[in-house]
Design a protein around this ligand. Structure first.
Ligand SMILES: Nc1ncnc2c1ncn2[C@@H]1O[C@H](COP(=O)(O)OP(=O)(O)OP(=O)(O)O)[C@@H](O)[C@H]1O
Length: 273
């Protein structure tokens, strides 16, 4: 299989020059009594795109959702180990969950705009967290829509329903909604899986432009996409007991061209999945 890499991946900085935005230490995650992932230790570097790849059921989404504790909305869950966000333990009792999820935003597989106007979708989080005046809210909405590469397509229709947008536009709207509250990290869980190739290309371009403003972690089943958009890649898989583990983490070029583990090589070459 041939891969194309972004220039920034080929020239990836040495990890010693990078700052971990998130530092994961020996993380295990349980749904009830069922362990879904174990022994995961890795860094997500500031200003870089980290792809999370691996076969179905290996715990990619679980891992991603543990990074801003959104998994806790899914029922009785438990973690062991640590996740540090710029040095702060996100699982400590003092953590304000609303604040944490504002700083570590998330975009899901299926676009999920609210059944309201385009403007109100983007303004939603800003209104929850502050009391902006109209002028500053207008500026924030415009700036988020510009960052999400959607402004030119919607600027004359801001009061129209978000549900009238195409799937790709809805996903960029969800990205704008996440960006409007100025997160430091954006978690993306298969953001293109419901989109056509053109809409996918737009999101990939967007990911690259956003990397300069924030840190991104993206779960994807698409190996070509992982090689195109990321500088670092984490490969997860399951062991015989079906518990997800991190098999290998490294620069994307290394994972795709010279992985040290045979399981990683087989997976990226499409020999299992
Ligand atoms: N809300 C939940 N409650 C109980 N078990 C769950 C829940 N979500 C996921 N799991 C289980 O945790 C394991 C990991 O699932 P997860 O969705 O994280 O894997 P994944 O690698 O993202 O899979 P896929 O690529 O198919 O989306 C699976 O065994 C799954 O059945």
């Amino acid at each position: 299989m041939q891969f194309s890499f972004h220039d920034s991946a080929i020239n990836a900085s040495s990890t010693s020059d990078l700052i971990p935005a998130l530092r994961v230490k020996d993380l295990a995650f349980y749904y009830g009594s069922q362990k879904a992932i174990e022994s995961v230790s890795m860094d997500i570097y500031q200003g870089q795109v980290t792809a999370i790849i691996g076969p179905s059921g290996c715990g990619k989404s679980t891992f991603l959702k543990a990074l801003n504790r959104i998994s806790e909305l899914e029922g009785v869950v438990r973690v062991e180990g640590q996740v540090e966000f710029f040095g702060q333990d996100i699982y400590s009792r003092q953590v304000n969950l609303n604040r944490l999820r504002r700083q570590i935003g998330m975009v899901f597989q299926k676009p999920n705009p609210f059944p309201s106007s385009i403007y109100d979708n983007v303004a939603y989080g800003v209104r929850v967290f502050s009391r902006p005046n109209r002028v500053s809210l207008d500026e924030t909405v415009e700036s988020a829509l510009r960052s999400a590469a959607l402004w030119n397509e919607v600027k004359d229709n801001l009061s129209k329903s978000a549900l009238g947008l195409s799937g790709g536009q809805q996903q960029r709207l969800c990205i704008a909604r996440a960006l409007a509250v100025k997160p430091k990290i954006l978690l993306m869980d298969e953001p293109c899986s419901a989109l056509d190739p053109i809409a996918t290309m737009k999101i990939e371009e967007l990911i690259d432009s956003l990397r300069h403003e924030l840190t991104i972690a993206i779960v994807t089943h698409n190996m070509q996409q992982a090689s195109r958009v990321s500088q670092y890649t984490a490969f997860f898989s399951t062991d015989e007991s079906r518990i997800g583990q991190l098999v290998e983490f490294g620069a994307t070029t290394q994972i795709f061209m010279a992985a040290s583990q045979s399981r990683t090589r087989d997976y990226v070459q499409g020999r299992f999945g």
